[in-house]
Ligand binder design. Sequence first.
Ligand SMILES: NC(=O)c1ccc[n+]([C@@H]2O[C@H](COP(=O)([O-])OP(=O)(O)OC[C@H]3O[C@@H](n4cnc5c(N)ncnc54)[C@H](O)[C@@H]3O)[C@@H](O)[C@H]2O)c1
Length: 338
Amino acid sequence: MRALVTGSAGVVGFHLCKHLLEADWEVIGVDNFVNSSAIDQYWAMAEHRNFTHFSIDLNDAKQLEVLPTDVDVVFHLAAINGTQNFYDKALDVARSCTIPTLNLIDKFTGAPNLSRFVFTGTSESYACSVELGLAAIPTPEDVLLSIDNPKNLRWSYAAGKTMSELFVLSAAKQCGMPTTILRYHNTYGPRMGDKHFIPDFVGRALRGQFELYGYDQTRSFIYVEDAVDLTVRAALAPNLLGDILNVGSEEELEIQKAARIILEELGMGEQEIECHPAPPGSVSRRCPDVSKARRLFPDWSPRDFRAGVKQLVHDDLFLRQKLEGSSLEAGLELECQH
Ligand SMILES: NC(=O)c1ccc[n+]([C@@H]2O[C@H](COP(=O)([O-])OP(=O)(O)OC[C@H]3O[C@@H](n4cnc5c(N)ncnc54)[C@H](O)[C@@H]3O)[C@@H](O)[C@H]2O)c1
């Protein structure tokens, strides 16, 4: 099998490529590194004999001409993510969530071997519906997608991703493209950089700062390997053609509880947490209904948050370097894996 993975140097893309290579797929990675971290590990993976990389900007249709079309599956993950970017680089974010999808649809419409075009959507597409009380929690796939105010640039990402869902479903109907939309929910794992909640909290804890903002909000986190496992299963499942699937975990945790678990896994369980309210505009609750995934794949089961954090502390080179450099090594087993 041959896959093209866009956003291959990103958090999920990297693990997806690794997973596919381990399963003996041939993998073509596409990324322009506009929003990637831990590039060294990516280039180490790129050495694999079944891996080819293209550094191109997917916003530019001309640059897609170099890509081969004889692939079985396209996994389209490239986008500019990150809450601060939604406000500071709203135009770049909105563009990255829409134009590459259109360019890829144009490129792969009618590709003879293509059995699936997978687009990665987001829970942000219905975050506004949650805030307006218009979404059930846990939230199923057929939820209302909405934005309440285009002047709130937070929605540059959500609206762009929702537009791309529409592009993909339209390509399925109008051109017979074999598509599947996966809505990811708070995926975490090694190579996350330090802007996501988990590495940010760990980094500050290691500097002796224990403030926590939005302590009473809830999130449900999925470990990247479990998200990747479901992503590949979905790409191969005939009954998900033209359909939408939540990729997440139904373990809804208060942020305060998640922070407590992280501290316990860092050997700092006794530490007091300084709780503050959430900054304005952030989403109060998030938890997907993953019963569809469980029904389709009865042996797929995402690990719980504690097991994921344990795995992260063990596997994430970036985190381990921070831990090894801190004075808090005592509670941890830091045998060198990498
Ligand atoms: N991680 C999550 O919790 C989460 C949740 C919901 C949705 N998603 C979506 O899933 C996908 C994968 O998430 P991730 O966490 O791995 O994101 P990521 O930001 O780590 O990776 C995205 C990659 O896309 C690349 N990229 C962006 N624009 C590009 C362009 N024009 N041309 C080429 N490459 C480009 C970036 O350089 C980056 O390496 C993204 O589309 C993201 O929006 C992720």
